[in-house]
Design a protein around this ligand. Structure first.
Ligand code: GLU
Length: 295
């Protein structure tokens, strides 16, 4: 990439608990890629779902990032303050005739084989109290992931019309992420592989809303011995800032960066400086996941 070109990256945690090793990796990879490209690194708190967010978690995450010397640019953007922008984007899609209500249950969708068959699209009766979905088209959405290579999804058949406003009235991640990536002028998204199959939905929305398309890079997700993603649901341990050096070194290994053995004993700023100077995104393993124990 041309180092003079504007680069704006971001880390966008959901504050459903403290940072664990998996989220530290996404933070580190997006930070190193931004800094190695002389770019900005922004922080966005994806606090869309208060019922799943302990009130202290967002601040805990910010303090923890600081203790790892992962310093961000500008003010933190909170999705909980952005509802007007999401409503506006939704209106634009509605004006294009792309939005409809759907009250199908999880069980009904399971019975459709797990992919929604768009059955409420053409309903004549009024749906009360359902979710709002956006109509997809019979198109192949493709993108060239900077780590994982060429990706393609048949949006209509592999995904179906998808939810932008949930039944409980909350804006869905897919809408908020697209509106905010555009608002923050993000040029590069670096995040976990678990979101790679959401990317075609996001590209489709960017096209519908005439937003610029960022580049994408998906890093492997850390899984435990049972193959489960490290997450609050699977009781992943919070990272301990007192072990910042050790964890950053481990994270650099995990990202395939082959840290210099002379870095043993270095502090977080020194490790990050080394990481920026030697960052090679092509060395990140082209894998969906890696076991925590193997690094
Ligand atoms: N908030 C999402 C998460 O914590 C990440 C969203 C993104 O990077 O697009 O999993």
């Amino acid at each position: 990439m041309n180092a003079d070109a504007t680069y704006i990256g971001r880390f966008a945690p959901s504050p459903s608990g403290p940072l664990h090793f998996g989220s530290l990796l996404a933070a580190l990879a997006s930070f190193l890629d931004a800094r190695a490209n002389k770019g900005q690194w922004l922080l966005r708190m994806e606090d869309l779902d208060p019922a799943r967010e302990p009130p202290e978690a967002a601040d805990q995450i910010l303090r923890c990032l600081e203790q790892f010397s992962l310093h961000w640019d500008d003010e933190v953007l909170y999705q909980s303050h952005r509802f007007e922008a999401y409503a506006e984007a939704l209106d634009r899609l509605r004006e294009k005739g792309l939005i409809y209500a759907c009250d199908c249950t999880r069980q009904q969708i399971q019975a459709m084989g797990g992919v929604y068959d768009n059955r409420c699209r053409h309903r004549k009766d009024q749906v009360i109290g359902g979710a709002l979905r956006v109509q997809t088209q019979n198109i192949q959405v493709s993108f060239d992931d900077r780590i994982q290579g060429e990706q393609s999804q048949d949006l209509l058949y592999e995904c179906g019309d998808f939810v932008l406003v949930r039944k409980d009235g909350l804006f869905a991640y897919q809408l908020a992420v697209v509106v905010d990536d555009a608002f923050q002028q993000i040029t590069d998204v670096v995040r976990g592989f678990d979101l790679i199959e959401s990317t075609p939905r996001q590209i489709y929305l960017q096209q519908c809303l005439a937003y610029p398309l960022p580049r994408y890079a998906h890093i492997p997700v850390v899984v435990n011995n049972e193959g489960q993603k490290l997450s609050k649901q699977h009781f992943a341990d919070a990272v301990n800032p007192r072990q910042a050096s050790e964890l950053l070194l481990k994270a650099l290994h995990f990202l395939g960066q082959n840290p210099d053995p002379a870095l043993a004993g270095a502090n977080s700023s020194e490790l990050l400086a080394w990481g920026i100077a030697h960052w090679d995104i092509q060395a990140v393993p082209k894998l969906a996941n890696i076991r925590h124990e193997s690094v």
